[in-house]
Design a protein around this ligand. Structure first.
Ligand code: SF4
Length: 468
């Protein structure tokens, strides 16, 4: 989407300010549409026949630079691509890299069901949300159509996650598709040898398809062939080679493709990209080394520019860094990652429990809260609104100051609960302790710089010596 101002959208809207979209004016709606906070479907009048030309213009205008492709159905549908910028700070990224973990059709059934369940149910709490995994890739190792179909059926029974069917053999693919085509799986993959059969399957079963070739001219040619035949939901795999020059060249191809799609607006190749870091397992025999290297490759391609990836290791040392990096990269830079200001109770505090202070930057808040809670320190936690900044930056920028602290105490009536009138400032805010004492009239103690050291600080500094 290359739109400079909401006015460029507004001129194609009906302009009646009818309010059906939930906004008072068409211009307000145009502004939200530009930021993708509303969708075109929210303006029902636009789809009346008399506005057909305008609707079609707007669809073109609003289409993202990289096509958005949906895999799966229902609540866990996976959206990939749909990006407009090369760098997050230029706007934001809209769809995070989807992490897909593999199973294979030669697995013992009980083992298969356990692994599928593990991938489906995996959750980790991080900065206020539960991180989950996105899809399951079913690999045909047997190259036998019936064995593959049995495996696909078994996986489909165990999970509602989107599925990726992995085989270069069209006969094997078709047996899998017969079982789960209603789940809108991704076919992986068509290449220079099998493209004709895979194209027929994609058309017959109306499913998205991945195209594979490390030769970018061939990849381009495959993309043009499929899109000319009416298959637009494409995902491109330019090859992920795990070591040495192969890895360097793989990285370079991802960058070239994304630059062509966004920087040069080459629509022929502007599709989501898939990386396959599990190729690490082809070159490393030791499981620990392979899972470690797989995570290194995955993290490299999360940064440049994989929209989805197929992985093998579900060991925490591999999976947690991958999923955490995705969570960190795909935050919206237009909005601080923050929590509400106010007073929280950790454990079962009494009127004489310590009152710790922190800022409303989500990462800081959840770290402090977790450090206090996991050490079973019954206490209060005062969260100050610092526009989503962490302690050090907020002190330096003036968002955390004595007046804001006083306002927080007053507006949340903290004095009604904390009778000892003592605040524990983070060590990084030590320099505002004096002014905070003056502004609030409360006793101010300086805690540790790192909330992980609060338990040790409690042993030496709480309760304060002058407490009654
Ligand atoms: S529904 Fe459409 S026509 Fe009505 S106010 Fe919203 S944008 Fe304007």
């Amino acid at each position: 989407m290359r739109i400079g101002s909401p006015m460029e959208i507004w001129e194609y809207l009906p302009g009646t300010n009818c309010g059906e979209c939930g906004e008072k004016t068409c211009l307000a709606y145009a502004s939200l549409l530009k930021d993708r906070k509303k969708s075109l479907e929210d303006c029902k009048p636009l789809f009346e026949p008399k506005y057909a030309d305008k609707a079609s213009k707007l669809m073109d205008l609003l289409a993202p630079e990289v096509r958005e492709v949906k895999i799966g159905v229902g609540a866990r549908t996976m959206k990939i691509g749909g990006e407009d910028v090369l760098y997050r700070h230029e706007l934001t990224f809209f769809n995070r890299t989807a992490l897909t973990y593999d199973v294979w059709d030669t697995m013992d059934e009980a083992e298969l069901r356990v692994r599928v369940k593990e991938i489906t149910d995996w959750r980790k709490f991080y900065v206020g949300e539960f991180l989950t995994l996105d899809a399951i890739a079913i690999r045909s190792v047997s190259d036998d159509a019936n064995t593959f179909a049995t495996c696909v059926k078994c996986v489909a029974e165990e999970t509602d996650l989107p599925l990726v069917l992995c085989s270069f053999n069209a006969e094997v693919q078709e047996e899998g598709l017969k079982t789960v085509s209603d789940r809108n799986p991704l076919i992986y993959a068509a290449d220079k040898d099998n493209w004709s059969e895979m194209l027929s399957l994609a058309k017959r079963y109306k499913v998205p398809v991945a195209l594979f070739s490390p030769d970018l001219n061939m990849l381009n040619s495959l993309a043009v062939t499929f899109s000319s035949a009416g298959i637009q939901d494409l995902v491109l795999d330019p090859g992920t080679y795990p070591t040495g020059n192969g890895l360097r060249d793989s990285f370079s191809r991802f960058v070239q493709l994304r630059r062509a799609g966004i920087g040069e607006q080459d629509k022929q190749i502007a599709y989501p990209l898939i990386a396959v870091p599990m190729t690490a397992w082809q070159v490393l025999e030791d499981a620990l080394e392979a899972s470690y290297w797989e995570a290194v490759i995955a993290d490299t391609f999360i940064l440049r520019y994989a929209d989805m990836m197929i992985l093998h290791s579900i060991e925490p040392h591999s999976l947690i860094p991958e999923r955490t990096l995705v969570a960190n990269i795909y935050t919206d830079p237009r909005r601080p990652v923050s929590v509400d200001a106010g007073l929280r109770e950790v454990g079962n505090p009494t009127a004489e429990s310590p009152l710790f202070l922190t800022t409303n930057f989500a990462l800081t808040y959840y770290t402090v809260e977790s450090d206090i809670a996991s050490n079973k320190i019954d206490s209060y936690l005062m969260v100050v609104d610092t526009d989503g900044l962490g302690v050090e930056a907020a002190v330096a920028g003036g968002q955390l100051n004595a007046n804001v602290i006083k306002e927080t105490i007053d507006s949340h009536e903290i004095g009604k609960k904390v009778k000892n009138e003592t605040i524990v400032l983070p060590g990084l805010a030590a320099r505002i302790s004096g002014e905070t004492e003056d502004a609030t009239g409360w006793t101010v103690l300086v805690g540790p710089r790192d909330s992980g050291r609060i338990p040790g600080w409690m042993e030496t500094s709480w309760p304060p010596e002058n407490a009654s």
